[in-house]
Design a protein around this ligand. Structure first.
Ligand code: UDP
Ligand code: MG
Length: 317
């Protein structure tokens, strides 16, 4: 079981980076002055999630320029945004931990708002994006997932996708201890917190480049969100399958009765085909769902390292 070090600093800022060479210079330019202006000691942990561009060089240069506050974790390959954040969580020294995207969609200038909430005693502060600057598809998909999440889990938040968030060191340590795989950090943090809240934050368009999330990756992530926190889909499926088999049993009775009273039907073959195919598809959905849970169990049981760090740039360790 992994643990995180004790809190020896007031603030840690955690930023996952994947092919962000076009955004990093401006991010550095906007982020450091905000943090320097807070009047509290801080550290920034960048996780380079196997970028194929010059992100690595830019991060190394920034570490050289500000070794006092900059730490860089280098992954050997791409493990995804949430693993990049977990790797940083395993190393944070801040009493408060802020997460932020590297593409400037979350303005660094909003960090003080989150800190005002953590200072007020909230241990899990979510940013709720105002005027979200994403494609209409992303916004509608998000709304849909929101509804599903609200129905199936008891996680209450208006914006689960915003990565501009602040957590207490305790919540971060609990996330690390949980050893979660395929996790959706905002939701996990919420379930581990005592006193969560949300604050409105601005949202900007991606400064440069395109989103690293393909539709495929988004579907996987949101599937994770539901299956990692509830077994409700399994139960819903079981109920649905129960209703289906009851209905098809009634249908069989009706058909049998018809056969005895009116005689065998001839034209009904296709109806039967339809019914059989429908039932088959229901079964397939169920098998897929069960597979998802079995897969998760397998991953935990296998206990394989979730990511591999190739090296760390850090003056203190
Ligand atoms: N990211 C990462 N690994 C990945 C994909 C993304 O570390 O495999 C980082 C990326 O550099 C950015 C953040 O996660 O800092 C959010 O990614 P992106 O902007 O592509 O997602 P979106 O804002 O479209 O949800
Ligand atoms: Mg983005």
């Amino acid at each position: 079981m992994s643990t995180s070090p004790a809190a020896t600093l007031p603030l840690s800022v955690v930023i996952p980076v994947y092919n962000e060479e076009a955004n990093l210079p401006l991010l550095f330019k906007r982020l450091y002055p905000v943090l320097d202006g807070l009047g509290r000691a801080y550290e920034i942990i960048f996780t380079n999630d196997g970028s194929a561009d010059r992100s690595r060089e830019l991060l190394a240069a920034q570490h050289a320029a500000r070794p006092d506050v900059t730490r860089v974790i280098e992954f050997n390959a791409n493990y995804g945004q949430h693993m990049a954040i977990i790797a940083a969580f395993e190393r944070v020294r801040g009493a408060v931990v802020v997460t932020l995207d590297a593409d400037l969609q979350n303005p660094p200038e909003e960090i003080p708002k989150l800190l005002a909430a953590t200072d007020a005693g909230f241990d899990c502060v979510g940013g709720a994006r105002q005027n979200r600057q994403d494609s209409a598809f992303r916004r509608y998909a998000s709304r849909l997932v929101n509804v599903a999440r609200r129905q199936m889990t008891n996680i209450e938040m208006t914006d689960q996708g915003c990565m501009l968030r602040a957590y207490s060191h305790d919540v971060v340590a609990a996330i690390v201890r949980s050893g979660a795989v395929n996790t959706f950090i905002p939701a996990l943090a919420y379930t581990l917190s005592q006193n969560p809240t949300e604050v409105p934050v601005a949202h900007e368009e991606r400064h440069a480049g395109v989103s690293n999330y393909s539709v495929y990756k988004l579907i996987r992530l949101n599937f994770d969100l539901i299956t990692a926190f509830t077994t409700a889909p399994l139960q819903l499926f079981t109920m649905f399958a129960g209703v289906c088999s009851a209905l098809s049993f009634v249908l069989v009775l009706v058909l049998a009765g018809r056969r005895i009273i009116i005689g065998p039907e001839e034209g009904g073959t296709f109806t039967l085909f339809g019914i059989v195919i429908f039932l088959l598809s229901v079964t397939m959905v169920g098998v897929g769902l069960i597979g998802e849970y079995v897969g998760r169990t397998y991953q935990v049981v296998r206990g394989r390292a979730r990511y591999h760090v190739s090296h760390i740039l850090d003056t203190k360790s």
